[in-house]
Design a protein around this ligand. Structure first.
Ligand SMILES: *Cc1c(COP(=O)(O)O)cnc(C)c1O
Length: 382
């Protein structure tokens, strides 16, 4: 049975071209890029090349990109750094739909005396710029709102949020992990001060990511040690991973236009097919302003975990919208924030696509899923 991988929002497969670009840095080019010998300098050049490729994806200077171990570290750095930079200001504005890398970092700051406003979202999962502006106080140190949600794909009004942040002189961080390399982002136009990204969400390797820090933002270190990354993020560079992420960024930028159009077509074909093929199926991914590759639907009469297991048996790797991984039975905090009732939130399934997803994959999901839904519906009636 040929398996279909439709869990790309969790992680993507490393591209063949990316792996090929990495191999020399895992084998013969292993020297430390901080060394002065030619072998070290060669690695240094490759890292700086990758930095340029990454920078061009969001239209910033290469010197404003700092490599980290991934999206989680970047979120921690931006938020904890901004808190230490805050000059006694103790208020942060975020949203109820952030990734746990942001939410749990904020929780840790609550213990340090910070007060966090978690903005509500509407039925489609969007933060309202008006309520964000109303939430700003004289002691607001940071706004951190994600660019696009990892469960539903909802793309937030980041341009407006950036304008408001600038108008009030508040630092603005955005977790752009799901959108980086998938949607056009321009940090100059959007007034983002700090932006997190992660290699393994755009067909690069895991364990590598980065933080864009706008020139002039004096974010203190999260990691102390050597002088790497301009003295702002210590530790010997993961050269192979950085080179791989650079290659992945270059490919993503080149393919962005055609891939986003292609995936959006597949997404709509799948969602519309499921809505018409399954009685009671609910759409959680907004029709407009959403990531091209994420399709989230709910079957209120079924459990997301059961749906995922039955899809798995049919060779389809998908994800439930809820936090089943942690063993809890709590429904997704994102879908709950959107106002879904508990049954609907529990019945969520997310299919997420990437450059390796074919139209045939979407067709297969469409032909398999309604039968699974029917089985579970019949069971729920017994
Ligand atoms: C995956 C993800 C992260 C975490 O990134 P890692 O590189 O896995 O640490 C953070 N935020 C969002 C929105 C994500 O999708």
């Amino acid at each position: 049975m040929e398996r279909i991988y439709a869990d790309n929002a969790a992680t993507t497969r490393i591209s063949d071209e990316v792996l090929a670009a990495m191999m020399p840095f895992l084998k013969e080019n292993f020297a430390n890029p901080s060394s002065y010998h030619s072998a070290g300098r060669e690695v240094r050049v490759a890292i700086e090349n990758a930095r340029k490729k990454i920078a061009s994806v969001i239209d910033c200077d290469a010197a404003e990109i700092y490599f980290t171990s991934g999206g989680t570290e970047s979120d921690n750095w931006a938020i904890r750094g901004a808190a230490r930079l805050s000059n006694g200001k103790k208020h942060i504005i975020s949203s109820k739909i952030e990734h746990n890398a942001v939410l749990n970092t904020l929780k840790s700051l609550e213990k340090d005396g910070f007060e966090i406003t978690y903005l509500d979202v509407d039925r489609n999962g969007f933060v309202s710029p008006e309520s964000l502006e109303k939430a700003i106080r004289p002691d607001t140190a940071l706004i951190t709102v994600m660019f696009a949600n990892n469960e539903t794909g909802a793309v937030q009004p980041t341009d407006e949020i950036g304008k408001i942040a600038k108008k009030h002189g508040v630092l603005f961080h955005s977790d752009v992990v799901q959108a980086f390399g998938h949607l056009p982002i321009n940090v100059k136009k959007t007034n983002i001060d700090m932006l997190s990204f992660s290699g393994h969400k755009f067909n690069g390797p895991k364990g590598v990511g980065g933080l864009y820090i706008k020139r002039g933002v004096m974010l203190p270190n999260l990691i102390y040690g050597g002088k790497q990354e301009n003295g702002r993020r210590a530790g010997t560079e993961n050269a192979a991973a950085i080179v791989g992420m650079g290659a992945a960024a270059e490919i993503a930028a080149k393919e962005m236009k055609t891939e986003s159009a292609r995936l959006e077509t597949l997404r709509e074909k799948l969602i519309c097919g499921l809505l018409s093929g399954i009685d009671g199926c609910v759409r959680n991914t907004p029709e407009k302003n959403s990531l091209p590759g994420i399709a989230n639907v709910s079957l209120p009469f079924a459990e997301g975990e059961a749906l995922v297991l039955m899809l798995d048996l049919k060779g389809i790797t998908a994800s439930s919208g809820s936090a089943c991984m942690s063993g809890t039975k709590d429904p997704s905090h994102v879908l709950t924030a959107m106002g879904l009732d508990e049954k609907t939130a529990h019945g969520a399934v997310r299919f997420s696509f990437d450059r390796y997803t074919t139209e045939k994959d979407a067709d297969t999901i469409l032909s398999v899923f309604p039968d699974i839904a029917k089985k579970l519906r019949d069971l729920s009636r017994i």
